[in-house]
Write a protein that binds this ligand. Structure first.
Ligand code: GLN
Length: 465
């Protein structure tokens, strides 16, 4: 077997050899070597910290890492070096894992393609072409994480998921992508997008790998008031051949048979549903009637929370400061107009508009009510079935040139259709790779379950995988 130091060297080499995909913003080489040496020492002394000791990981660059630059792919935080670790990273590092780098994302995780980064787009490994416009997108906003795992530069990566940002790139890159139950994994140190929906997500090659990471990062964090206080019970999945799905009730929500669903995704969905049925599951159509309002409702809530979250970037305490000395207001304005891209600025402006006293009820409060309806659709469906099987994305990964033609809003409307509702309700969801399309691109499906149903959700994911 190889030592953690050898493994780390190999992974760093992998990352460098694959730089054309642009998965990493920062390779944390010195830190990785140090962590790996310490881990190698522990192996020598037979004092390893966990089953993940010496295993390489990567983090999306919106998780604070002490002493390591954390940029959110924005000029605003280009030189930001946090003084503390996100709880998720803290736990991973205490379990002995080796951080090899910080991964590319859409600026502040606003997007679904990993194309809106000041470091340039991340490219999918599948169907790769050297033509700067003719590559397939990796999906997003955790696209860098997905490609880091897909190229074998690390064992697993931690992304974030507010509307689909972990599941979408997992789907396009042929990986497992888990969005855990809201509150199961601490958000401390995850730079917020929509506080009421953000969760750290896991991208890995297999469901077992995903479980190993979840078992390290999940559980109460006194520093995150939204994290569950109930003690976390480690998940242990049986071997797939020892599992039975006999009698398991699985729902296919009719609203997910939507207009833009590609034939191949539809066929894959039907095929897997049929296989599950043949193996003893009870598969039936169910309804989540408010699904179609999810995207527009999300868009309002997102922009309102963004308007509030982005207020901290004034160019004074931390972050980019423009060279401006006319007035404090001018300093704020210039720093922010240079520090944020158009998508971020747009969302701030729209959010502030929705939050005006005269608009508050009409938009923000209304959206909260719609959110409750979407959430209660799920509550009702759990009286009928235990899990839901749906597409993750409506098609395989689009090409960059076809994707950038659309506005950020339209991109999200299409990309997040199947993933967004789970964030509204806070429920866990996982994207699982199923097979390759005729053109050789990964096709994936999504499973959703009720709050804290991860053990069952991941067991079925493993069974399908
Ligand atoms: N596409 C959505 C957005 O841009 C969701 C992104 C995410 O999950 N972080 O807000």
């Amino acid at each position: 077997s190889i030592s953690p130091s050898e493994l780390t060297n190999a992974c760093l080499q992998r990352a460098k050899n694959n730089s054309k995909y642009n998965a990493f913003i920062t390779l944390t080489e010195p830190e990785a070597r140090k962590q790996a040496e310490e881990s190698s020492e522990r192996f020598k002394n037979q004092k390893t910290l966990s089953e993940l000791d010496g295993i390489t990981i990567a983090m999306k660059d919106n998780f604070c890492t002490s002493g390591i630059r954390t940029t959110c792919a924005a000029k605003m935080l280009e030189n930001f070096i946090p003084t503390y670790n996100a709880t998720v990273y803290d736990r991973l590092s205490k379990a002995g894992t080796v951080l090899i780098g910080k991964c590319n994302l859409d600026q502040y995780a606003m997007g679904s393609g990993t194309i809106d980064s000041i470091y340039g787009p991340t490219k999918n490994v599948w169907g790769y072409s050297d033509d700067p416009n003719d590559f397939f997108i990796a999906g997003g906003s955790s696209g860098g994480c997905a490609v880091a795992v897909a190229t074998g530069a690390c064992f697993a990566a931690v992304g974030s998921d507010t509307g689909g940002s972990t599941r979408n790139p997992a789907s396009y890159c042929g990986l497992v992508g888990l969005k855990p139950t809201y509150g199961l994994v601490s958000r401390l140190g995850l730079i917020p997008l929509v506080n009421s929906m953000d969760v750290p997500g896991i991208l890995s090659r297999t469901v077992d790998d995903c479980v190993s990471v979840l078992n390290v990062i999940a559980g109460h964090d006194p520093k995150d008031s939204t994290s569950f206080t109930k003690p976390y019970r480690r998940i242990r999945l049986p071997p797939a051949n020892k599992m039975s799905i006999k009698g398991l009730k699985i729902g296919l929500p009719v609203e997910y048979y939507c207009q833009d669903l590609s034939d191949e995704v539809l066929e894959t969905w039907n095929w897997v549903a049929q296989l599950l049925e043949e193996n003893g599951a009870v598969v039936k159509e169910v309804s989540l009637p408010h699904t179609e309002y999810s995207i527009v409702c999300y868009s309002i809530l997102n922009q309102c929370e963004v308007a509030s979250n982005m207020a901290r970037y004034d160019g004074i305490e931390f972050g980019f400061r423009a060279d401006e000395n006319i007035s404090t207001e001018k300093l704020y304005a210039t720093s922010r107009s240079i520090g944020f891209n158009e998508v971020v600025r747009n969302r701030i402006l729209t959010g502030n508009y929705f939050l005006l006293t005269r608009n508050y009820d009409k938009y923000f409060n209304k959206a909260l009510k719609v959110r409750r309806l979407i959430s209660s659709d799920f509550d009702k469906v759990w009286e009928d079935v235990q899990l839901l099987l749906t597409p993750t994305t409506l098609s395989t990964a689009p090409k960059y040139k076809d994707f950038v033609n659309k506005t950020n809003r339209d991109q999200c409307a299409l990309q997040d259709y199947c993933t967004q509702p789970a964030n509204m309700a806070g429920i866990p969801a996982v994207s699982i790779p199923i097979k390759l399309s005729n053109s050789g691109m990964p096709l994936s499906l999504q499973l959703m379950g009720r709050n804290l149903s991860e053990p069952m959700l991941l067991a079925l994911a493993k069974y399908i995988e």
